[in-house]
Unconditional design. Structure first.
Ligand code: DHB
Length: 502
């Protein structure tokens, strides 16, 4: 049995009528939205999660800034276990100590409304989603919405970078501001997201209380409170966009067949439903694209070496001009470990010619064989497209310009003489720029499946290594054969959140 709604509305004797359904934003006032949490408007709900009845209060559609541009997106849904209104305890947590799980539903840097407890496509039909799983385990859940790159109002774009991260941070500020009024501990906020949402989750964790975003909070009327969080869960983060093109070619150069979803068919309504297959584009890189791939690959070692990465024993992780060296060996070991874990759990790897098995498990992997075991997804440049056609070009537009470049390489080679995004805005979108921030989150869980081809595996590895070097507690792995996806291992995710929270 999965998560089914057993009862809604006035199931509990204490329940108030469902006024939220008639008034979408009950914190709206004559002059904007008021930010003091109002505990009076809720629905009392009961949902069966794996055979266990979970009772909770749903406070939905709370606009988290005083002057939203897009209230449908700049709002959150707060779900609180009913026990926390009756001095109860769940899983060792109570109304004071319960961590706050903060999932965002962002995909493709598109606008995303706050996910609801009964959303499909967040977990599959027969599996409880992350929100219900968290509630069942005694977490308070603040599911947050955020603006995205395609929003437009009266001929002006309202969700270009850095809107999405400003919004997530403003939502965190709302929770800190209301910490005494909302059950749960705002000092234990655990962010969760996948892909673009994973990148934003990481950025939220890295950039806690950075002064860089202050002007944006002022305009929106964000709560004057901390935007620090405690922990980050990031699935396949599409981050470090300035270096993602060269990282992609470092990994996939020489692999010339591509197969990818047709992003031109993407729309805000359809994309978050990850159960629907997207139309595919298949093809082979042109000679010109192969030349671009060679150039971008050649640029990666200088960037990688500039990071001065070290592994946990202090060994420098570097690359030579050909892209070989200790960093590549490190990545091979990451993939070998994933293969070995799958093998030890009973996965048959005998048909993977690039995996060398010994008596004890996976002895080695052949990197070239691994890279060529699947087609590439993106053609070069993978993110900053020369014709401004990528989602990321669209992310870095302005109020009046829909698409821009964000790397010097693509701007110089632009086929459309595209403009360049503001350097400060590019900085505000990359978690890598905030890892040494003293207020960055302490605990990190980063996952990127071995079958993921949306960005180079180097991107999440570099993030994990840098965080570890900065003294953070990092749980990083590349689960075997998992494609570009998130929330597929909720038991393990919440074992981790339990461990770090106690
Ligand atoms: C996502 C996937 C991508 O390949 C990308 O470039 C940006 C975002 C996503 O799934 O969110």
């Amino acid at each position: 049995m999965g998560a089914t709604v057993a009862a809604t509305g006035n199931a509990l004797p204490t329940a108030k009528p469902d006024s939220a359904a008639q008034t979408p934003y009950f914190n709206q006032t004559a002059d904007g939205y008021q930010l003091n949490f109002d505990g009076e408007h809720y629905r009392a709900l009961e949902v069966s999660v794996n055979g266990k009845l979970v009772k909770f209060r749903a406070f939905e559609n709370i606009v988290y800034v005083r002057r939203p541009l897009e209230p449908d997106y700049q709002s959150l849904n707060l779900y609180v276990p009913e026990a926390y209104f009756n001095n109860g305890t769940i899983n060792g947590f109570n109304a004071q100590s319960a961590p706050i799980f903060l999932p965002n539903a962002v995909g493709g840097y598109m606008p995303a409304k706050a996910a609801a407890y009964n959303d499909k496509g967040f977990g599959s039909d027969d599996k409880p989603n992350a929100i219900m799983t968290a509630l069942a385990k005694g977490y308070v859940v603040a599911s947050v919405g955020a603006r995205g790159r395609t929003l437009e109002q009266n001929g002006r774009y309202t969700g270009k970078a850095p809107a999405a991260i400003v919004d997530l941070k403003a939502a965190v500020r709302y929770l800190h501001f209301n910490d005494a009024r909302i059950p749960g501990d705002a000092n234990k906020i655990i962010s969760n997201g996948t892909s673009a949402g994973g990148a934003l989750s990481a950025l939220l964790g890295a950039s806690g209380d950075s002064a860089d975003y202050a002007a944006y909070f002022k305009t929106l009327g964000a709560a004057e409170a901390s935007d620090r969080i405690f922990a980050v869960s990031a699935y396949c983060p599409i981050t470090n966009l300035e270096h993602a093109d060269s990282a992609y070619e470092w990994e996939f150069n020489g692999l010339n067949q591509y197969s990818r979803m047709d992003m031109s068919k993407l729309n805000a309504a359809g994309y978050n439903d990850r159960s629907k297959p997207m139309p595919m584009l298949e093809g082979e890189l042109s000679a010109q694209q192969i030349a671009v791939s060679d150039q971008l690959k050649a640029a990666f070692p200088a960037y990688l070496n500039s990071l001065q990465l070290k592994d946990e024993r202090g060994t420098p992780l570097t690359l030579d001009a050909q892209g070989n060296g200790t960093f590549k060996d490190y990545m091979k070991e990451v993939i070998r470990r994933a293969a070995d874990k799958a093998y030890q759990a009973g996965t048959d790897l005998s048909d993977q010619s690039w995996v060398s098995l010994s008596r004890d498990g996976v002895a080695a992997i052949d990197w070239h064989g691994y890279v060529h075991s699947q087609k590439r997804m993106k053609s070069p440049p993978a993110f900053d497209a020369l014709d401004l056609s990528s989602g990321e070009n669209n992310l870095f537009g302005t109020q009046t310009v829909n698409n821009q470049h964000f790397t010097a390489y693509s701007q110089q080679h632009s086929s459309l003489s595209g403009g360049m995004a503001d350097a400060q805005i590019i900085k505000l979108m990359n978690a890598m720029n905030y890892i040494d921030n003293p207020h960055a989150a302490t605990h990190w869980r980063i996952r990127a499946g071995t079958a993921d081809r949306d960005t180079s595996h180097a991107i999440s590895a570099i993030l994990a290594i840098k965080l570890t070097m900065a003294g953070k507690r990092v749980d990083y792995a590349t689960p075997w054969a998992v494609p570009h996806a998130g929330d597929y291992d909720l038991d393990e995710l919440f074992q981790w959140t339990d461990t770090i929270s106690r």
